[in-house]
Design a protein around this ligand. Structure first.
Ligand code: BTN
Length: 255
């Protein structure tokens, strides 16, 4: 079981994770966050479950996680920023994960926009969602799934060759509650940097798995191929091909 007591006694944040809703089982921590009325949520609230039965990934994919081994949680924010800059939250959440992995001497990289990879295998993913009321974004949800103590045998056939976990890399089991507290404190640090957009972008690019490489991005209605040359100030991808720049706000990258 994920120990709520261990999380709370090790947490050194001001507001992220100061309130935690912990569930033995949930379909999805993001879905739960979307179901709770805003009046019952607080800025920085964390929703966590040890057993996620209907984990959602980007583009309608499912997110596989293993009770007792994975970390699956969502952080609630009431962002006071323009909707255009919300993409920066998913970049900074990726940075928080990468830095947390760094604390365990794991050199994780970021794949635009939301994947955390190690040697090209996925160790974690982010699903950011917004709750819009009266045409205004009033709740922002950062859903994070991380593979911590899984063995290779724990991954289903379809993802076994493309997924990895901290345990597979380090050959040791980690206390998930402590990983979570490190991550929440990194997340708060980066959220506090939200006004330093250039710093978020440049640090993200420092950890990018494919900067300057030829990639293909599958968008909703197209596939764009070219060199991934950087990010706009809103965190959109800049793809260069035949002397032309294309800006893409959402998509799935293949390298
Ligand atoms: C992806 O890589 O496609 C994103 C995966 C995000 C998974 C996390 S697990 C916690 C939160 N709840 C969900 O249903 N999804 C996110």
């Amino acid at each position: 079981m994920l120990s709520l007591e261990l999380i709370q006694s090790n947490l050194n944040t001001r507001y992220i994770g100061r309130s935690i809703l912990s569930f033995d089982e949930l379909d999805s921590t993001n879905s739960q966050a979307l179901r709770i009325p805003r009046s019952n949520l607080t800025n920085g609230l964390v929703i966590v479950t040890d057993k996620q039965t209907g984990g959602r990934g980007r583009r309608g994919n499912t997110w596989h996680s293993l009770p007792g081994k994975s970390l699956t949680f969502s952080v609630i924010l009431f962002p006071d920023v323009s909707p255009k800059t919300l993409g920066l939250f998913s970049l900074l959440a990726g940075l928080a994960v990468v830095e947390t992995m760094g604390e365990y001497n794991i050199d994780a990289k970021l794949k635009w926009p939301n994947d955390i990879v190690i040697f090209d295998k996925k160790i974690g993913g982010l699903l950011c969602e917004t709750k819009v009321t009266h045409n205004q974004v009033d709740v922002f949800i950062i859903g994070i799934g991380l593979n911590i103590n899984e063995d290779r045998i724990d991954f289903p056939e379809g993802i076994v060759d493309s997924a990895t976990s901290v345990k597979i890399i380090l050959n040791k089991t980690l206390e998930r509650a402590l990983v979570l507290t490190h991550l929440l404190s990194r997340l708060e640090k980066w959220i506090d940097h939200m006004q330093h957009k250039d710093k978020i972008i440049s640090t993200w690019l420092d950890h990018c798995a494919h900067l300057g490489q030829v990639i293909s991005v599958k968008t909703k209605d197209d596939t764009v191929s070219g060199i991934f040359s950087g990010l706009t100030k809103y965190g959109e991808a800049i793809i260069e091909s035949k002397g032309k720049e294309t800006i893409i706000s959402a998509g799935i990258i293949t390298i």
